[in-house]
Design a protein around this ligand. Structure first.
Ligand code: PEP
Ligand code: MG
Length: 912
């Protein structure tokens, strides 16, 4: 139907989340698989877009809404706006992607003076009815009429105080009646109008309010932070559902559950509930709820129904579900379900378990995990041997260790966080409007609420440490103080939190690197079986190579040899090499460097054996190893002053004491010594000035150095081949790959190849064995892409250096771009991503595609990989798979992410 704006739960397509939103589609699906869902309907996301376009509801929508309400009336036997048996509804948002708490919801809609009387008659419970009424006025007032919560909080607190009541539960019907009247007055004063009595008018205003919340600041910020583009979710649906009440007495309850434990992944009943309460009480953390296990005692029959509900949900969705339910007068209703947001550890464990249980396939087990999530598993944990006493304890709501300065509101968290200060956000409870504080904080602590409170759910989704319901902490936001017994924590005081245990500590506690769980090993093993792309590591030291091997690297795709030059015992030799005025002096320095390099390479080969190791010949401009001219001039200036002091000291002593022996420390520092130091610095300064380049990154670097100083590349080649020879003698058949940086023409490769072949002959003769190695080229200049076919005549492999290639393609220098204009480009949407993090498929990607085709045309055996930073980014990995690369190489901590992304790329390509 062309203009169908809404679908009843009985007819809506449960798979069409784009049109019905995640919540709406699930309500349809749950209804259709026979779960007890209260009757209702969904207004589509397409209707939301029409509303956004015209800023008015489409003509015909409200007529359709009336028909849908009539259907609910028929199913429930209640009537909307009826004075004797009223139907009340909830009006809930829900886009294609879950955005917890980011958009608005209104409950108990349909109450007015008449229906209120009807509700009292229907339930025989005045207290309940007035409680529902005052909640409705406040929520409608806030969401639909834009009245701040504080306006309602004041009269509410006044009535409570006057009556001497501490907890809301102690309020009697007469108090709630008075509060309702005061709330109506608040609306009158704040809006200048009466609270709407017509229930359809209420409904129309509420629908508009939910649609408006799609463009609200919270929702817009959230979408930007989590890269939710219009392709992923466009507009919110509105779900209109018959109200069921968990707060109509002691045989009523409301709860939220996960089909498995979302913190650990354990297969067990998990969740919390409150008897005689409304759902928002659990989620908002206003009362601390009870664990679901207590329901087994309190309402054994309903507990069993809940167990059955959980099994049915998982079997149907084949995914861990996060569900909400209400028990109204002994009847269990399922109000919502969605895929559970879990931390990485729980996602991995549930994937393994669900495959073992026969619930899902290995492919599904891999695809359900977002590769980026695995980064959490590599987060540090508290050093288990620390002895710092626990300051306070709460519920372990989201694991991981975090340390930072206490802050008490989201704005301060954001301000300090943006200036680089690590902060922990402490709140009584959090609300959706605190979301920017979450982004900025290292961890979150609340003094109220349970493991399914807003703080817990949001922190888990972000993989941030969170402790909820730390009831021993009294938080005073006004005084910016957290009080724990005698201890006062002020803003800026440092605390450490452990979201895995719920412990809070004073001060900073050292952390240790996270370890690879056996479950993660299994999962990534499945990924490797499926993926065609191999994942290698960018590492420069044997120690990092060992870590990379542990993370499952299938070789080293890039060893930047220059990083080996910076160690303290080597740098002076490197400087000696640079300062050399003739080839003989340079050779002497190179001869000293060779054993260091040989030993490093040998250790790299061993650490990652039997996988290949790609070693790149020297790349950066020489001046990077020398001090700057300014630094040297300052030092020379100081030394000249010092020379005068040494001289004056000698003259003084000679004059007064008539002896020439200088006391320590001057004994060491004769005028000759200081003069020699000055001469050395001056020589260095001369060299630095000679090496000066206007734009060194586009200057004398990479293979250009190898052309000017072939003896450097010769030494490195010799060290690589000798290291290989030594390994072969030790029984390890290693396969070095020698890689040439910054290549622009075949002629450069030819010259390097000549050096390599000479060294090969020498080393093979000397060690009496055969070496097996490859010579390849970085592709990081635009010309290399354009001449790829020719380069492939010599190169046995290509490795895309997309750091440099991105700079060259955009004509941006990375440092300048990221520090100056790139944030603006990203925020204003001129560029969607930072191309130095996410491969620019439309530009750089096209050069790559061209290079692959041309290279393989001339050399079908050509191995091709990527070693720029983008090689560890999932979307970039998908593209690398698509254009047929053989491997990606990334930093060690990204390897697990890249392995999973490589499997995803293969599986998703097969699906399309
Ligand atoms: C590159 O340019 O992508 C690369 C890997 O080299 P470097 O980052 O060392 O310039
Ligand atoms: Mg480079």
């Amino acid at each position: 139907m062309a203009n169908q704006y809404s679908y009843s739960f009985r007819e809506g397509d449960g798979k069409n989340k784009a049109l019905l939103g995640g919540k709406g589609a699930n309500l349809c699906e749950m209804t259709q698989i026979g779960l007890n869902v209260p009757p209702g309907f969904v207004i589509t996301t397409a209707t939301c877009l029409l509303y956004q376009e015209k800023q008015q509801l489409p003509i015909g929508l409200m007529a359709e809404v009336k028909q849908q309400i009539a259907v609910i009336e028929q199913q429930s036997g209640r009537k909307f706006g009826d004075a004797t048996n009223p139907l009340l509804v909830s009006v809930r948002s829900g886009s294609a992607i879950s955005m917890p708490g980011m958009m608005d919801t209104i409950l108990n809609l349909g109450l007015n003076q008449q229906t209120l009387a009807g509700l009292i008659a229907q339930t025989g419970d005045r207290r309940f009815a007035f409680d529902a009424y005052r909640r409705f006025i406040q929520l409608f007032g806030k969401v639909a009429l834009g009245i701040a919560d504080e306006k309602f909080d004041q009269p509410f607190a006044a009535v409570k105080n006057r009556a001497g009541i501490k907890a809301d539960i102690g309020l009697e019907a007469s108090h709630l009646q008075e509060i309702s009247a005061l709330f109506l007055e608040v609306v009158r004063v704040e809006t200048g109008e009466e609270f709407p009595e017509d229930v359809y008018q209420q409904l129309e205003i509420a629908i508009k309010a939910v649609f408006n919340s799609w463009m609200g600041k919270r929702a817009v910020d959230y979408r930007r932070e989590f890269h939710i583009t219009p392709q992923i979710a466009n507009g919110t649906a509105v779900n209109i559902v018959m109200m069921v009440f968990g707060n109509r007495g002691s045989d009523c309850a409301t709860g939220v559950g996960f089909t498995r434990n979302p913190a650990t992944g354990t297969n067990e009943m998990y969740g919390e509930y409150l008897t005689n309460a409304q759902g928002e009480d659990v989620v908002a953390g206003i009362r601390t709820p009870k664990p679901v296990s207590e329901l087994a005692q309190e309402m054994p029959d309903l507990y069993q129904q809940l167990v059955a509900l959980r099994t049915k949900l998982e079997n149907h969705y084949q995914e861990v579900q996060d569900y909400e339910y209400t028990i109204e007068s002994g009847v269990l209703y399922c109000l919502q379900t969605r895929n559970g947001k879990m931390n990485a550890q729980a996602m991995v464990k549930t994937s393994i378990d669900m495959v073992d249980e026969g619930l899902i396939s290995k492919q599904r087990a891999l695809l359900r995990i977002n590769p980026e999530l695995l980064e959490q598993l590599l987060h540090p944990q508290l050093n288990p041997h620390h002895t710092v006493p626990v300051l306070a304890q709460g519920l372990p709501a989201s694991p991981g260790a975090a340390c930072g300065a206490c802050v008490f509101d989201a704005d301060t968290a954001e301000r300090l966080g943006k200036s680089g200060v690590a902060v922990i956000l402490l709140r009584e409870e959090t609300k959706p409007e605190d979301i920017h504080g979450f982004f900025a904080a290292q961890g979150i602590v609340t003094s109220r609420g349970g493991k399914t409170s807003h703080a817990a759910v949001v922190a888990r989704g972000m993989g941030k440490a969170c402790i909820a319901g730390a009831e021993d902490i009294k938080i005073d936001v006004k005084l910016r103080l957290a009080i724990i017994g005698d201890i006062h924590l002020r803003e800026g005081d440092i605390i450490t939190i452990d979201g895995g245990s719920g412990n809070i500590y004073l001060g900073e506690i050292p952390t240790i690197a996270a370890c690879f769980s056996p479950e993660l090993k299994t999962l990534l093993g499945w990924a490797d079986e499926i993926a065609t792309l191999k994942v290698q590591a960018n590492v420069d030291t044997p120690e990092n190579a060992r870590i990379a091997a542990e993370y499952g690297a299938m070789g080293i795709g890039l060893c930047r040899t220059e990083r080996m030059f910076n160690a303290s015992e080597r740098l002076p030799i490197v400087i000696e090499m640079i300062l050399a005025n003739n080839p003989q002096d340079r050779q002497r320095a190179l001869d000293k460097l060779l054993p260091f390099q040989r030993e490093d390479f040998k250790q790299l080969f061993v650490a990652i054996y039997p996988h290949p190791v790609t070693i790149r010949l020297l790349d950066p401009p020489m001046h990077e190893f020398l001090p700057t001219a300014q630094q040297l001039e300052d030092e020379i200036h100081a030394l000249k002053h010092y020379l005068l002091i040494v001289k004056a000291q000698r003259v003084t002593l000679e004059t007064l004491n008539n002896h020439t022996h200088l006391p320590a420390p001057f004994a060491q520092l004769s005028e000759e010594t200081v003069s020699a130091a000055i001469a050395k610095k001056q020589l260095m300064l001369k060299k630095v000035n000679e090496l000066f380049e206007v734009n060194p990154m586009l200057g004398h670097r990479g293979v250009r150095l190898g052309m000017s100083y072939p003896e450097i590349y010769r030494m490195q080649t010799r060290a690589i081949l000798e290291a290989a020879a030594l390994c072969i003698k030790d029984g390890l058949q290693v396969h070095p790959e020698i890689m040439v940086p910054q290549v622009i023409t075949l002629e450069e490769l030819k010259k390097v190849k000549a050096i390599v072949l000479e060294e090969q002959r020498l080393v093979e003769t000397e060690h009496q064995l055969k070496l097996d190695f490859k010579l390849g080229s970085m592709v990081e200049t635009v010309r290399a892409c354009l001449r790829a076919g020719h380069l492939a005549e010599i190169a046995e492999f290509f490795s895309f250096g997309t750091n440099d290639l991105t700079q060259a393609t955009f004509s941006f220098s990375r440092e300048d771009a990221e520090n100056k204009f790139l944030p603006l480009y990203n925020e204003s949407g001129i560029l969607q991503d930072n191309p130095f993090e996410v491969l620019d498929i439309k530009g750089v990607g096209q050069l790559m595609r061209m290079t692959v085709t041309a290279g393989r045309n001339n050399n079908p055996q050509l191995r091709i990989g990527i070693c720029g930073e983008q090689g560890g980014h999932p979307a970039s990995i998908h593209f690398c798979h698509q254009i047929g690369l053989d491997y990606v190489s990334c930093s060690a901590p990204r390897i697990p992410i890249a392995r999973l992304a490589a499997a995803h790329a293969k599986l998703l390509a097969a699906q399309n």
